[in-house]
Design a protein around this ligand. Structure first.
Ligand code: SF4
Length: 204
């Protein structure tokens, strides 16, 4: 629908983004009765901000195009796409208020990502490469592979799949805390890196 741009001031002193404008609202193609929106952040998402933001979500929820620096996040029961010029699209949304509530939470993570990129945080190219290698089998190969069920899953592979989709956390695999499985933890660290280990629920 045609509309005047609506600007929302979310933060006063965010490190990178403070406000967001809703530029366009259209009916959602995926779900009848819902809307899809085009929004514009008040700052570009340049440098390593997008890959660092990607690493704050479970790998199963994201799709990153490194060459174009475009991130698609499948979370909150919808698809949200971030572009380096600060454009954001979101589908399957109830109304503008819901869109602003969700984007505000993500803007906090964007500001954290920006600060981390300035602090010499994980380099975007490294993160993009890591993310491209992470799948259920890669995770499974780093687990104890005993199918002991202590995590609540019948097999280690089932646990790996739930981990990637964000439904399980690494710490639920309690055998990983045993010293005999230090090699597994090291392999996971090599595969995922510190940020993704944290994102996937490892505090050890
Ligand atoms: S607790 Fe760990 S080792 Fe046991 S089944 Fe789950 S993932 Fe496998």
């Amino acid at each position: 629908m045609e509309m005047d741009e609506i600007k929302y001031d979310i933060f006063k002193d965010g490190a990178l983004v403070n406000g967001v404008s809703i530029k366009k609202i259209l009916p959602c193609i995926a779900t009848k009765g819902r809307i899809r929106l085009t929004m514009q952040l008040d700052s570009k998402l340049e440098g390593d901000v997008i890959p660092i933001l990607a690493s704050k979500y479970s790998p199963g929820k994201i799709s990153l195009i490194p060459r174009k620096n475009i991130l698609t996040l499948s979370d909150f029961d919808r698809v949200i796409t971030f572009y380096p010029d600060g454009k954001v699209t979101m589908n399957n949304t109830r109304d503008q208020e819901e869109a602003i509530e969700i984007i505000s939470g993500i803007m906090e993570k964007i500001n954290e990502s920006y600060l981390e990129s300035k602090d010499g945080g994980p380099v975007g190219e490294d993160l993009s490469q890591k993310l491209s290698k992470i799948g259920p089998l890669a995770i499974y190969n780093c687990l104890p592979k005993t199918n002991c069920e202590e995590c609540g899953e019948v097999t280690c592979l089932a646990f790996a799949m739930k981990l990637l989709s964000g439904e399980s956390a690494l710490e639920q695999c309690t055998p990983l805390s045993e010293s005999k499985n230090n090699g597994c933890v090291n392999s996971l660290r090599d595969l995922l890196g510190e940020q993704l280990m944290k994102t996937l629920g490892w505090n050890g």
